[in-house]
Every structure is written in structure tokens, then in C-alpha cells.
Design a protein around this ligand. Structure first.
Ligand SMILES: O=C(O)CCC(=O)C(=O)O
Length: 395
């Protein structure tokens, strides 16, 4: 396994926060050829800037060989034969459900049948357009080695924590006909995402943090329609992503996505020291919104606990679990810094400077956490991490 290290630039770099609008980017940067972990870290991940990697990361993947035919189209026979019995979530792009699309479970072979017919019929706009999405492929087919998470995305606290806990993962396959689309949203936990086109083409519109205020209506809802008005479009960056290309979607950037061709993509949501502060600030904001909604019954018993329950239902995590998550990630870094073992991250190992960086970002967030929720676990964690960091001032 390769050992990856970051350089010391991060110690002086200014981090983009959700509460600061980044300097205007007018078009997405496209990166040709290989990019090192350090360059990706310094140029994109830490400053929270989107980009598309043109290098053929996907070319070596088994999914590319097996799932795509000689014409670059989805290999329906293979997909149906190999994964047909599995059940996946399928969205109806023509049917709104709150601020998303109506989703139902469907057998993969049924979806493939639908897709073939939809193509034969010439992609009729009068018919419902279905989109198989958020399919936990790796969890369903652990033995089938469909892809390798690119090294540049390997510092992934989300999947590190949940795979150790034996719970969910944030690794998905998307498959949809030309015309299918995903409405405007920001990613779960204000995480990063990467998405690679195994075949097909997507058009993305990405809105820098802060601009979403201009996108929402008076009720605070985001638009939920396929076409966005010119006024909205001019606030964002439009990016075309072709077959084999991989997009990096930064934290807190709202985005809408259209499949311009029949497309299969693989994506992960992930977060790490570069965006964990954003995740915390959003969760804190989420709690404030819940408290506002439940303000009428604030004199009931255990009101705070009720608010945390609702927060968990809306945001996918509550404060207690978020603290557990941070302390778990911190423990792994402390073990690394104490020299017992390098930090294992997917197919790679992360070096000590990385562990130091991670811990210092966890300290920042724990301090914010402690200010609004003082508790002994948080305090003990903070003291321990500070002690460890004190031992390695310039490792
Ligand atoms: O590909 C899509 O339709 C949506 C993917 C997405 O929103 C993401 O990767 O963050």
C-alpha cells in the first residue's frame, strides 16, 4: 500500500468556510493527466473549489470493462444477468416528493427492461422518466470489484467511521437514461462528493456556498424543477462531464445534475479535515431550524432531546453521534501519531503530518461543539488531543 503524506503548506493556508463566499469562479477547472494527492489537497480540497479530472481513472475499472459495450453504451445484458435480482431505489424524475423526487424500490432487471424500452420508444418526454440512484452497490456486491476509490479521495472519515461501526456506507451507483436528472440539493452532512462517469455524459450546475440564499423562494425552499431560470443559471457554474471523467463537488456547493446521455456513474460522499467545520456549522444550523419549528412546545419535558431526535431524522445525525464520530476519528489519528501504525485509508496509508492536520481540525470543531454543548466526553477528548498535538509540534 502506498503511503501518502501532505506537505506543510496547510499550516499557513486559509480555509474556505461556508460563511465566506469563495472568490468568483466562472468555469470549472479541468485537470488533464495525473494529479498528486498533495496538489489536489492544496489546489482543490482545502480551498473547496470544484474540478473535473479528465484522466481516465475509470479505464482500469472492472465496471468499465463489464458494464459498457463496444459503442460506449450501457451493457444491458450483462447488468441484468449479473445484478438483475438485486433491489435498488429508483426515482421518478417526473414526480416531486417534498423537495426531492418520488423514489421506490425496484428490481434491477425491471429497471433495465424499462430503460431499454424507453430508448426504443425514443425517450418520450410524455412518459415518466425513471432514474436508478443511491444504489449501495458495494454493500450489495462486496465480492465484485467494480472500481477503486481514487487515491486523491482517500481521506474519507465518513466511510471510515461507518464501516467500523458496521452501519451504512456512502458509496453509490447511479444509472439513468438520457433526460433523467437530480434536483438542486447540497450533499448529506455538507460533505464532498466525487462522481465518475463509467459511461455517458452529465451536465452539472454548481452554486458556490452563499448563493443558495438567492436560489430559495420566500418559504426557504429550493427550486425543484428540471429547467432552471436564466436568473438562477447565472449564479452558478455549468460543467459538462464526459465518459471517463470524474468530478469533485466541494462541500456546501448546491448542485443540480442532468444526464445528457444514457449514463452510469459511481460516486462517494465523504468528508475529512478540510470540510468538517462546514459539516458542524450546518448541523448546528440544522438544530436551530428544528428548535424554531418546535418552539411552540419548548416547555415540554425533554424538549432538547426531542429536538435532537428530529435533527437525526432530518440531517441523518444528531449531536451525540457527531461527537462520537469525531472522537472515533481522533483516536485513529492518535494511534498513528504515537507510531503504532500508519493511518489506513481505503487503498492507501496516510502519513503523520496528515494525522496531525486531521487532529488539529477536530480540535477546532470540538471547541465550537463545547461552546454550545459543554459535556465531559467532549472536554476529555479535547484535552487528550491537545496533549498529543503538543508532543508533535513540527512532526
Ligand atoms: O449524478 C447525479 O444525478 C447526482 C449526483 C450527485 O448529486 C452527487 O454526486 O453529489
Amino acid at each position: 500500500m502506498e503511503l501518502i503524506e501532505i506537505d506543510l503548506k496547510w499550516r499557513n493556508s486559509k480555509q474556505q468556510q461556508l460563511d465566506q463566499i469563495p472568490k468568483a469562479e466562472t468555469s470549472i477547472r479541468k485537470v488533464s493527466g495525473e494529479i498528486s494527492y498533495v496538489d489536489f489537497f492544496n489546489e482543490f480540497m482545502q480551498p473547496n473549489i470544484p474540478c473535473i479530472f479528465k484522466s481516465e481513472i475509470v479505464d482500469k475499472w472492472r465496471s468499465k470493462t463489464d458494464w459498457v459495450d463496444d459503442r460506449g453504451k450501457p451493457n444491458f445484458d450483462f447488468l441484468a444477468k449479473t445484478f438483475g435480482d438485486s433491489v435498488a431505489p429508483v426515482a421518478n424524475c417526473s414526480q416531486q416528493y417534498f423537495n426531492a423526487q418520488k423514489k421506490d424500490d425496484m428490481r434491477v432487471n425491471k429497471f433495465i427492461e424499462y430503460w431499454k424500452k424507453y430508448i426504443q420508444d425514443g425517450y418520450p418526454t410524455s412518459e415518466q422518466c425513471l432514474y436508478l440512484k443511491d444504489w449501495h452497490f458495494s454493500r450489495n456486491f462486496p465480492e465484485y470489484d467494480a472500481y477503486k476509490c481514487p487515491e486523491i479521495f482517500s481521506s474519507d472519515w465518513l466511510n471510515e467511521y461507518w464501516s467500523a461501526k458496521g452501519g451504512d456506507d456512502y458509496k453509490f451507483v447511479y444509472m439513468g437514461p438520457k433526460g433523467s436528472w437530480t434536483p438542486l440539493h447540497v450533499d448529506v452532512f455538507t460533505s464532498f462528493s466525487w462522481s465518475a462517469n463509467v459511461c455517458g455524459q452529465k451536465r452539472w450546475i454548481l452554486f458556490p456556498p452563499g448563493t443558495e440564499k438567492k436560489l430559495k423562494n420566500k418559504l426557504g425552499d429550493l427550486p425543484n424543477q428540471r429547467e432552471l431560470s436564466d436568473d438562477l443559471l447565472k449564479e452558478g457554474i455549468v460543467a459538462d462531464q464526459f465518459a471517463g471523467e470524474t468530478i469533485f463537488v466541494p462541500s456546501g456547493w448546491h448542485h443540480q445534475v442532468w444526464n445528457v446521455e444514457d449514463t452510469i456513474s459511481i460516486n462517494h460522499n465523504w468528508l475529512n479535515g478540510c470540510c468538517v467545520r462546514n459539516s458542524w456549522l450546518s448541523l448546528e444550523q440544522g438544530l436551530k431550524s428544528v428548535e424554531k419549528e418546535l418552539a411552540d412546545c419548548s416547555d415540554m419535558d425533554a424538549w432538547s432531546e426531542q429536538c435532537q431526535l428530529v435533527l437525526k431524522a432530518v440531517a441523518g445525525i444528531d449531536f451525540k453521534e457527531f461527537l462520537d464520530f469525531l472522537l472515533f476519528i481522533a483516536r485513529q489519528r492518535i494511534i498513528c501519531l504515537d507510531g503504532e501504525s500508519p493511518l489506513s485509508a481505503g487503498n492507501t496509508l496516510l502519513g503523520k503530518e496528515h494525522a496531525y492536520f486531521d487532529l488539529s481540525k477536530i480540535v477546532d470543531v470540538l471547541e465550537l461543539f463545547y461552546k454550545i454543548t459543554p459535556n465531559p466526553d467532549c472536554d476529555n477528548g479535547l484535552q487528550l488531543i491537545k496533549e498529543v498535538l503538543g508532543k508533535y509540534p513540527s512532526s
